[in-house]
Design a binder for this molecule. Structure first.
Ligand SMILES: Nc1ccn([C@@H]2O[C@H](COP(=O)(O)OP(=O)(O)OP(=O)(O)O)[C@@H](O)[C@H]2O)c(=O)n1
Ligand SMILES: C[C@](O)(CO)[C@H](O)COP(=O)(O)O
Length: 234
């Protein structure tokens, strides 16, 4: 049986949300957003362990949530770093050497469909690396600093990338170690693997797998949990 671990990163400040409370701890349908996210992986029989990365000041309250909500697969809670990438790296360093596969997931993406998580992992088992994504719906322009359009990439080749992102653990660790050496900073995990010259596969997910980022995402999240992805729906 393959050892599957999950690193959930929740050490961001949530500055774009503009709330006093960090967005991962905002209450959605009676529970912190982060608890909804952790519960996705707690429920999966394929998952052996979860590492939670959070802010240094939030480690104790996260331990409290783990106890309160019975999140027994969370084996460690560690303090994150300055950038998302630093937080993921800290999480990866907590995994044991028998870990074969790892999923990296944002703590503020509580609505990933189980079938998509599994499809992503299965694709990674075939190819080494896979991420969830959706085709972009809008026309995307490359715009310079003066506001002038430089180009319009062909929309058929554009995908909005989500998490989880699934990798053979040894590959992702190598990618993170290489990025540390070269000082490369990426905005997702796949970028670090791409830097090694290794291709990453996209697995189509859905538009409900939002990253709760800005204030207008909250009513949308509330609608999703009550109409699509809440406990009553699953
Ligand atoms: N230093 C950081 C930065 C981000 N994250 C996590 O990475 C995920 C995606 O990041 P994002 O939505 O950008 O969160 P924030 O960095 O918190 O938001 P903002 O950029 O608005 O401050 C979140 O679960 C966030 O907590 C993290 O663990 N460590
Ligand atoms: C990893 C990610 O969620 C994929 O969409 C995203 O890149 C995180 O970016 P952010 O800058 O932390 O919002």
């Amino acid at each position: 049986m393959s050892q599957l671990a999950v690193v959930v990163v929740a050490a961001g400040k949530g500055s774009r949300m503009q709330t006093v409370e960090s967005k991962q701890f905002l209450i959605l349908d009676g529970k912190p957003i982060l608890v909804h996210t952790l519960s996705l992986f707690q429920k999966m029989e394929q998952v052996n362990s979860i590492v939670l990365v959070t802010g240094a000041d939030d480690v104790e309250r996260c331990r409290g949530y783990i106890k309160q909500y019975g999140l027994s697969k969370v084996q460690s809670v560690v303090a994150g770093g300055q950038e998302r990438q630093d937080s993921v790296y800290k999480g990866l360093q907590m995994l044991t050497t028998d870990t074969e596969w790892v999923l990296v997931h944002d703590g503020v993406r509580p609505f990933t469909a189980m079938e998509h998580i599994i499809a992503c992992w299965h694709k990674a088992m075939e190819t080494g690396a896979a991420v969830l994504a959706v085709p972009v719906k809008d026309t995307i322009k490359v715009v310079d600093t003066t506001g002038k359009i430089q180009s319009t990439p062909d929309r058929r080749s554009l995908w909005a990338i989500q998490t989880p992102q699934a990798f053979r653990f040894s590959l992702l660790l190598e990618a993170y170690e290489q990025a540390k050496k070269t000082g490369f900073i990426g905005t997702d995990d796949a970028m670090l693997v791409e830097q090694l010259g290794i291709s990453v596969q996209v697995v189509e997910a859905d538009y409900y797998n939002i990253k709760i980022t800005t204030p207008e995402d909250l009513p949308w999240a509330n609608w999703i949990i009550h109409n699509v992805r809440g406990e009553k729906q699953s």
